[in-house]
Design a protein around this ligand. Structure first.
Ligand code: BTN
Length: 268
């Protein structure tokens, strides 16, 4: 079981630029919902051993009802860091790089990024999902310029399959998901992975963008056939890179290029 006092003292020893109030729960609906409901201006790290109503992107659910995975949300408040909506674009990228670096150094497993922030493991010709990330922000309506509106807080919710067995996953998730234990046959200390990820995440919040983008590009899945929705049509192409703003560059079937700023891509 993850212990809040132990996590706090381990994070304090790392002398991070931000302090976190740590809350550990045996079970909760969703750590993202808990983080949004929390009053006050403290940065939070909310961890749960399992979630009964885990949230995924685009209103989907995220299965996290059995123990073995690492389910947590980092909440950063405006009083502690100066952010505008332009910076928020980079939070999913920071979270993806933080988890993949932590997993690489502690478990020796190299995860790949499906833009913007699913973390996958290549197994034969397939890619299995190990980590999902859901970032959300509360933006004040002050300015008319979206890029300069101020952010009251943002949250990054991370769900990583660590010690899960394949039988822990229900239905079709068995075919699309994997865990660090399934890949390596080893059990991992959730607290180690949590502290390492929060450490790297916090450092990247203050690091130059170029360093983040370089780390992200090293892991981004390139040359993959994808389809995506744009202006009401379904378009096909190949992943070709990211630009300086973290948007996905796609090479189209007709030889041209397009940029995807938000939304979802599907591997085909
Ligand atoms: C996705 O794959 O669509 C994103 C999944 C994000 C899951 C994490 S688990 C911790 C946090 N709490 C939630 O309810 N969701 C995120």
């Amino acid at each position: 079981m993850i212990n809040g006092h132990e996590i706090s003292s381990r994070l304090q020893k790392k002398h991070l630029k931000l302090d976190y109030e740590v809350i550990c729960k045996k079970s909760t609906g969703s750590t993202n919902v808990d983080a949004k409901k929390a009053a006050g201006q403290s940065n939070l790290l909310i961890v749960a051993e399992k979630q009964t109503a885990g949230k995924g992107r685009y209103g989907r659910s995220f299965y996290s009802e059995s123990t073995g995975g690492l389910y947590f949300t980092v909440k950063i408040c405006r009083d502690n860091i100066n952010l505008n909506t332009g910076d928020i674009t980079f939070i999913p990228l920071i979270a993806a790089v933080a988890v993949s670096q932590a997993v690489s150094s502690l478990c020796g497993v190299e995860l790949l990024i499906k833009w913007p922030n699913d973390l996958l493991y290549k197994s034969g010709s397939e890619h299995k999902k190990l980590c999902g990330i859901l970032t959300e922000a509360s933006v004040s309506a002050g300015s008319t310029e979206p890029e300069s509106r101020s952010v009251s807080y943002f949250i990054a919710g991370i769900g990583l399959n660590v010690n899960n067995d394949i039988t822990d996953f229900p239905g079709d998730i068995k075919n699309t998901a994997s865990s660090l234990k399934i890949i390596t046959g080893k059990q991992y200390d959730l607290a180690d992975i949590l502290c390492e990820t929060v450490d790297i995440f916090t450092r990247f919040l203050f690091a130059p963008r170029e360093i983040l983008l370089d780390e992200y590009k090293k892991r981004l899945l390139l040359g993959i056939d994808i389809s995506f929705a744009q202006n009401g049509s379904i378009i096909k192409g190949k992943t070709a890179g990211i630009n300086q703003s973290g948007n996905l560059v796609v090479k189209l079937e007709n030889g041209g290029e397009t940029i995807i700023r938000s939304g979802e891509i599907n591997f085909i």
